[in-house]
Design a binder for this molecule. Structure first.
Ligand SMILES: NC(=O)c1ccc[n+]([C@@H]2O[C@H](COP(=O)([O-])OP(=O)(O)OC[C@H]3O[C@@H](n4cnc5c(N)ncnc54)[C@H](O)[C@@H]3O)[C@@H](O)[C@H]2O)c1
Length: 255
């Protein structure tokens, strides 16, 4: 086996279509020598169908990150396919419609709590569920959308991402002694199912087209996936609690 991730065993969450960032991560990881196990949420048969489009068939385990039974059973389910994990990819986000598109002042706590449960708390839940399979050198990687500023239509999802960014730093703190890293990739806007559910998402598209110094392709998940692979690899052995921007340089320049 050769490649950046030769011999690595990865658990990749968040595939729902072949436009999912997680799909690109799984594909590139296999192409670079990794063995991949997927988790799917809800429409499992759809995820299984999409999984068949990967270079190698990948098993799919059911995982709703808000379901304590799914979390408790995760390690055993993964062990049916691999004897341990070197990396975990959290590529999960959801917020009810009331939390997005300008509804910041009106969204109920019930809806906001759903957004935070699925998009923020789950980063910790998933890592803890996978922990029995991980050993020193292991890597947890998640996806954020730069939460250092308030965006016009992102609303409570922005708050959830700010929480995720903090949760990643705390995970880095609490898992560091076990030699396990936690890092995030802050991707620019990409046309995935999650993105399409944000009313006014095109505002991001226009902003990136105008401002990103390197330009930005809204349909190319590969740059974000490549950064995930790098963070999963042995090439960032002393990096944890970090956020790598893969946004064409947008975050670095003023309007
Ligand atoms: N698309 C973008 O513009 C963009 C930019 C930066 C960061 N991100 C982040 O990337 C990650 C992946 O999103 P994507 O853009 O690939 O969209 P996507 O719709 O392809 O993936 C989102 C995934 O979240 C999963 N999910 C939702 N609720 C879940 C639950 N309760 N349990 C388990 N899984 C659940 C969905 O099944 C889906 O697979 C998300 O964290 C998203 O916020 C996306």
């Amino acid at each position: 086996m050769s490649g950046l991730l030769a011999g690595k065993r990865l658990l990749v969450t968040g595939v729902i279509t072949d436009a999912s960032i997680a799909f690109s991560v799984a594909k590139l990881a296999q192409e670079n020598g990794a063995q991949v196990v997927l988790t799917g949420y809800g429409r499992l048969s759809l995820v299984q169908r999409i999984a068949k489009r990967l270079p190698e068939p990948a098993p799919v385990i059911e995982m709703d990150v808000t379901d304590p039974e799914h979390l408790a059973g995760l390690a055993d389910r993964v062990r049916e396919h691999v004897d341990g994990l070197d990396g975990l990819v959290h590529s999960i986000g959801f917020a009810p419609q009331t939390c997005l598109g300008g509804g910041f002042l009106d969204a109920s706590w019930e809806d906001v709590s759903t957004a935070l449960h699925v998009s923020t708390y789950s980063y910790k839940s998933l890592a803890v569920a996978a922990l029995p399979l991980m050993s020193p050198g292991g890597s947890v990687v998640g996806l954020t959308f730069d939460a250092t500023q308030a965006w016009p239509v992102y609303d409570w999802m922005g708050v959830a991402k700010a929480g995720l960014e903090s949760a990643s730093r705390y995970l880095a703190l609490h898992l560091g002694r076990q030699g396990i890293r936690s890092n995030l990739v802050a991707a620019g806007p990409l046309r995935t199912m999650a993105a399409k559910s944000i009313p006014g998402f095109e505002q991001f598209e226009e902003a990136w087209a105008e401002r990103a110094p390197l330009g930005w392709d809204l349909t190319d998940q590969e740059p974000a996936a490549r950064a995930c692979l790098a963070l999963l690899s042995d090439w960032f052995p002393a990096t944890t609690g970090e956020i790598v921007h893969v946004d064409g340089g947008y975050h670095a320049v003023g309007a």
